[in-house]
Write a protein of this length. Structure first.
Length: 270
């Protein structure tokens, strides 16, 4: 039996011989081979595009640099130099000058008897006449009637001493401690630190040394960069240190004190 091509025009004519060819089925049968060819071509094209797109995306997407943020172990830091404090010599105060005796002059004021205090009573004329001491601003029993000074001549300015600023130590008996220890401190910094994109693109890497004060109540303040790397890295290091929660404060002689603390933060491209 000869091989029959079901898509050939001769086969189509044989099937519809003596039939109404104006009917739609004849046209569909006559054009079926062309439709099958187009359908197969479209499927092949779609499949090819689906396989090529992932490869094109991988080729066009730039490779990203892997970034590793490293925090130097605190135990590797050099011990800060402890400077001996210089003690200021306290100069002895001069003794008060000698005074001569005086009687307080009381200006007359009209008051009720019960409102008058003993030291406000006006001296009688007899007391003023018989006394040999001077009349001044207060009753004073002097110790040098000849060369002593009148209390009214002394003008002493009394000022309140300014409150001394709390001292910040560099090394104390018990150093401040982050809750959980150095391991938790390094973990906190590593989790919150973000490598600045500009610094990555410029290939900047290295260490930023940040110094801050752990106050007597455990707060972190006065954050400063003492060794800079790059303005963007410096800002990021300061930002992260300011996020630190309360510490266990340092102690000196059994008392909570403010202490300087230094942390090196390493920005490294890998």
């Amino acid at each position: 039996m000869a091989k029959i091509d079901l898509t050939s025009p001769e086969w189509c004519e044989l099937i519809f011989q003596g039939k109404n060819k104006a009917y739609g089925a004849y046209k569909m049968r006559a054009n079926s081979s062309k439709r099958h060819t187009w359908a197969m071509a479209i499927v092949v094209i779609i499949a090819a595009v689906g396989c090529i797109i992932p490869t094109l995306l991988r080729m066009t997407t730039p490779k990203q640099k892997e970034v590793m943020t490293e925090v130097t172990t605190l135990s590797q830091l050099e011990e800060p130099e402890v400077k001996q404090e210089e003690f200021k010599k306290v100069e002895p105060m001069a003794p008060p000058p000698a005074l001569k005796s005086s009687i307080k002059f009381t200006a007359p004021v009209i008051k009720k008897d019960e409102e008058v205090k003993d030291d406000e009573e006006i001296k009688s004329q007899e007391e003023l006449t018989q006394t040999k001491v001077a009349i001044s601003i207060a009753d004073v029993k002097g110790n040098d009637e000849l060369n002593g000074k009148d209390i009214a001549e002394l003008k002493e300015v009394i000022t309140k001493a300014p409150e001394a600023k709390e001292k910040t130590y560099t090394m104390v008996e018990q150093m401040p401690q982050f809750p959980g220890g150095n391991k938790e401190l390094l973990s906190f910094i590593a989790q919150n630190l973000r490598y600045p994109t500009v610094s990555q693109e410029n290939g900047i890497q290295g260490k930023v040394f940040v110094r801050f004060v752990v106050s007597a109540t455990g707060e972190v303040n006065d954050v400063k960069v003492i060794r800079s790397l790059d303005p963007n890295c410096d800002k990021e290091a300061i930002r992260v240190i300011r996020l630190l929660p309360k510490w266990i404060p340092g102690k000196q002689n059994g008392r909570n004190v403010s202490v300087y603390y230094t942390v090196p933060i390493t920005f490294k491209l890998q």
